[in-house]
Design a protein around this ligand. Structure first.
Ligand code: FES
Length: 105
């Protein structure tokens, strides 16, 4: 699957990821050397893997309750904010545009 990532500086780049390996989006972003802390390792506890869905299917922008608990503690979050560790890489990401909203590291 191919999608576009916009970093904290506004630079956009296309990322390609396999959908059959069970990776989370956070794991793909880290492997692509984006500056994501992911301190909790994908447990939905740290919110440093925060992203905003700029374009993509509506379901992709719907955070689960466990994510909202973390997002609500952040100084700023958006209607389509998600924790990238809680998004399983799937065809739903095809053509999506994501913005990194975690702190730059
Ligand atoms: Fe910690 Fe996603 S990696 S909340």
């Amino acid at each position: 699957v191919k999608f576009t990532v916009e970093d904290q500086d506004g630079n956009r780049q296309e990322v390609e990821a396999p959908t059959d390996m069970g990776f989370s989006l956070m794991e793909i972003l880290k492997a692509s050397e984006y500056p994501i802390l992911a301190t909790c390792g994908g447990m939905a506890l740290c919110a440093t893997c925060h992203i905003e869905i700029l374009e993509g299917p509506d379901e992709l922008g719907e955070a689960t309750d466990i994510e909202l608990d973390q997002l609500e503690n952040l100084p700023e979050y958006f209607p389509t904010s998600r924790l990238s560790c809680q998004i399983r890489v799937s065809d739903m990401l095809e053509g999506a545009v994501l913005k990194l909203r975690g702190e730059d590291v």
